[in-house]
Write a protein that binds this ligand. Structure first.
Ligand code: MN
Length: 208
């Protein structure tokens, strides 16, 4: 993704994730929150022509090369754009899915079982304090790992590759779930697009 950045269309309709994520939350999350990250990102990059031809992933992987006076703005809004674009694609509600083949084998290898992986990921999502994301990543030593990051930080900033992520900012669930984040996290498992997550995993695994 390069400047100028645009809001990507959702790969489904706003009501597609009902009842797990409600239509109004999806509309506001996509049209207002995601769009705002994009507007802020474009606004700052407009003034820095040397950044306009760089790929957003590379910018975020090498934040130390970004001029200090705009580094936090790029980190927050560039991260916001990348994270949300990534998030929309790993959700679906056409059919209940579970991981298969190589991805499932790797989950069992690194977490003991699929159930245990779900438990660890959910715990991390539930325990994260404040705004942020729960992540499943592939590390440099080819291990699957779960952790949370604050704000709009992305695992690429820490040299890990994101495979799956869950937005735990209140704006992602508050209209429907209010303070019941655990219920939102539990329902997330009904709408994971495992075929897309597997694709992310294969791409990351083969890129070493
Ligand atoms: Mn969000």
């Amino acid at each position: 993704m390069k400047y100028p950045y645009f809001l990507p269309e959702l790969p489904y309709s706003y009501d597609h994730l009902e009842p797990y994520i409600d239509t109004l939350t999806m509309q506001i999350h996509h049209q207002k929150h995601h769009q705002t990250y994009i507007n802020n990102l474009n606004q700052v990059i407009e003034k820095y022509p040397e950044l306009q031809n760089l790929d957003l992933e590379n910018i975020l992987k090498n934040l130390e090369n970004i001029p200090e006076e705009i580094r936090t703005t790029i980190r927050n809004n560039g991260g916001g754009h990348l994270n949300h674009t990534f998030f929309w694609e790993i959700l679906q509600h056409k059919e209940f899915q579970e991981p298969q083949n190589d991805m499932l084998k790797k989950i069992i290898e690194d977490f003991g079982s699929f159930e245990n992986f779900k438990k660890e990921f959910s715990e991390i999502a539930n325990k994260h304090f404040g705004s942020g994301w729960a992540w499943l990543v592939l590390t440099k030593d080819k291990k699957l790992k779960v952790y949370s990051l604050p704000n709009q930080d992305n695992p690429l900033m820490f040299k890990d590759t994101p495979i799956m992520g869950l937005d735990v900012w209140e704006h992602a669930y508050y209209l429907k779930y209010q303070n019941r984040r655990a219920e939102y996290v539990e329902n997330f498992w009904n709408i994971v697009n495992w075929r897309k997550v597997e694709e992310n995993f294969q791409k990351a695994f083969l890129s070493f």
